[in-house]
Design a protein around this ligand. Structure first.
Ligand code: AMP
Length: 286
């Protein structure tokens, strides 16, 4: 067994920046300047391997890396049964069937006997196969969205996030194949033999993700308003209530959903709170 755990992460492409931000936020200290190979984490027995997003599943399956971060779409496409330790909440997109905007196809069945271009041939074959729609699947490694215009295929199966790339290429989606986001995967042997190390990384990464959609809210209020304010604050558990130097006044601290802040603050104020502060949270371990 190696001394140091290895985590494989993307070295290029759209998952790089959010992945590095996650690892730094989790508290791993490393120098990412040499993304071509390995970064030595200074404060944990961990090495970060920078590899192509599409190679990560293989690195983890082979045991070259113990853990990896990649897109769920690539995991499914590889046919691998690597366990997903945790979805990471970024790199969200869907794999969709799209056709030229002016083509007469409305449903997947309308494509029977035609050609579909994709960089996810395995998932695509399974999708059409499950629906009993015979298609010729043309595997491409990139620029899938131009295939219909080039006369290479009548339809595509490609990753879509906002839909603007589809629109720009005169395409429209007619069906969803799968939903994807970045995921943390682990090698089953490593997960068993180094369970504590893997759990520590998962806990810290999970703590960052949990913190991202929460805020810490602090306020002062007359003690008699406590019940009313408490009813507005479904925190992680119960809010902290602290007596203040001024008789009859309290401070209330609570964790709230980041999305709720907008609606919550005016209601807290109306219920008697003052000096309301909203603070970011770095990590949450429930
Ligand atoms: P890359 O091709 O290296 O930029 O990374 C591709 C991975 O990023 C995909 O396999 C997806 O998991 C993820 N991703 C998220 N949104 C998109 C999108 N709109 N287009 C392509 N890939 C996306």
């Amino acid at each position: 067994m190696r001394d140091r755990l290895r985590l494989a992460v993307p070295n290029k492409g759209r998952l790089v920046e959010p992945t590095l931000a996650l690892l730094h936020d989790a508290g791993l200290i490393f120098d990412e300047h040499d993304r071509s190979l390995v970064a030595h984490v200074q404060n944990v027995d961990l090495d970060i391997l920078f590899v192509r997003t599409s190679d990560i599943v293989e690195f983890v399956s082979d045991g070259v890396a113990d853990l990896g971060i990649t897109g769920r779409d690539l995991l499914v496409e590889s046919g691998s049964r690597l366990p997903v330790v945790r979805p990471l909440g970024y790199g969200r997109c869907r794999l969709a069937v799209a056709v030229p905007a002016d083509a007469p196809f409305e449903a997947v069945e309308d494509l029977a006997g035609l050609r579909v271009a994709t960089s996810h041939p395995t998932v695509t074959r399974a999708f059409f196969g499950d629906r009993g729609v015979a298609m010729e699947v043309i595997g491409l490694s990139g620029a899938v969205e131009v295939a219909p215009r080039l006369g290479l295929a009548e339809a595509i199966v490609d990753l879509v996030s906002t839909g603007s790339t589809l629109a720009m290429n005169g395409l429209r989606a007619i069906a969803d194949v799968l939903e994807s986001e970045a995921v943390l995967v682990t090698n089953p042997e490593a997960a068993e033999q180094r369970a504590a190390d893997v759990a520590a990384i998962d806990t810290m990464v999970g703590a960052v993700i949990a913190a991202r959609d929460r805020k810490y809210v602090m306020m002062n209020a007359p003690a008699r308003q406590l019940r009313e304010l408490e009813a507005l604050l479904p925190g992680l558990e119960s809010p902290s209530v602290i007596p203040l130097a001024h008789e009859g006044m309290i401070a209330i601290h609570s964790v709230v959903g980041a999305d709720d802040v907008w609606n919550l603050l005016p209601r807290l104020k109306a219920a008697g709170a003052s000096g309301i502060l909203v603070l970011p949270i770095e990590k949450v371990i429930p």
